[in-house]
Design a protein around this ligand. Structure first.
Ligand code: ADP
Ligand code: MG
Length: 292
């Protein structure tokens, strides 16, 4: 394979040796890399700032600067990915992260199909702690999904991909569409059909948490339909069920927490802090760990 931009990214290549690809996005490529001096492994997200016409996108540059600024602020949290190094050239930006060897929660879930309640509790607690922290810093993630939740050797969760994250002031609202359709909240979708809609705030992350928790427990997402327009309508109406037999063995407290996060009215939806105080998390499992 060809490596991007070797000539303009000397500084990065002087310090690190890039290895195989771990993941790919629209304008980014993530590779394992080795720090030459220490021989330690990291992950580097290489963002290519050039477009199809070989022109440099200053917009993508400033979007990436926003991602870096937010990462620098929140990187210290136990359940948020750690940014260790940044390199910038005319045509690309290199973000060096701690390497999360077990990859995406998405792939892990695909392998095991669905989680039991204990595993769900372990996962959701860490995720909600990360979100409670972000929200306390007035940051919305805006792209919560199992592809952006990474696992380390011990299967501890690290929230990643702050590419759509944004700072929000008290009383501020946004209207632009961000994220991934299946995880978008009703109030965000309503902004696209009603120009007088007031907009959305932090609560959108908690809706995505509801979608994630439902998916962990069921192995299938709550609103899915092969025709996307129908899925979006279901989301806006908060139309989903706990079908039998899949949900028969799931406790009432787990379902109750899902219901309170998948609340269409954002003002009535649980906050991350409230969710962490829910009875579902008060149960102490005899072995508090991710059971593989
Ligand atoms: P994008 O904005 O293109 O979605 P992400 O930051 O989500 O970029 O990274 C894309 C993918 O690369 C992730 O979904 C994951 O599979 C992989 N990846 C990213 N960072 C790491 C990391 N630190 N360790 C291991 N894999 C990673
Ligand atoms: Mg991503």
């Amino acid at each position: 394979e060809e490596l991007p931009d070797v000539t303009t990214a000397r500084e990065f290549y002087a310090k690190y040796v890039p290895k195989e690809i771990l993941g790919k996005g629209v304008s980014s490529c993530v590779r394992r890399c080795v720090h030459k001096q220490s021989n330690r492994e990291y992950a580097v997200k290489i963002i290519d700032l050039t477009d199809q016409n070989n022109k440099i996108s200053e917009e993508l540059r400033s979007v990436t600067h926003n991602e870096i600024n937010i990462l620098k602020e929140v990187s210290g949290h136990a359940h948020i990915i750690e940014l260790v190094d940044v390199f910038e050239t005319d045509a690309s930006i290199f973000l060096v992260f701690e390497l999360l060897r077990k990859g995406e929660l998405f792939d892990y879930l695909t392998k095991v199909v669905k989680f039991g309640e204990k595993q769900t509790r372990f996962t959701m607690r860490s995720l909600l702690e990360a979100i409670a922290y972000l929200h306390s810093q007035n940051i919305i993630h805006r792209d919560l999904k199992p592809e952006n939740i990474l696992l380390d050797d011990k299967l501890q969760l690290h929230l990643s991909d702050f590419g759509f994250s944004v700072r929000i002031e008290d009383g501020q609202y946004f209207k632009d569409l961000y994220g991934t359709p299946g995880y978008m909240s009703p109030e965000m979708l309503k902004c696209t059909v009603d120009e007088y809609h007031e907009g959305y705030g932090k609560e959108i992350d908690m809706w995505a948490c509801g979608v994630i928790m439902y998916t962990l427990l069921a192995g299938v997402p709550p609103f899915w339909h092969r025709r996307q327009i129908i899925m979006l309508r279901r989301i806006m109406e908060g139309e989903y069920t706990f079908p039998s037999p899949d949900w028969d063995d799931v406790s009432e407290s787990a379902k109750d927490l899902v219901v309170k996060m998948l609340e269409v009215d954002p003002s009535r939806r649980l906050t991350a802090k409230q969710a962490l105080a829910h009875p579902f998390f008060q149960q102490v499992d005899e072995a508090e760990r991710f059971c593989v």
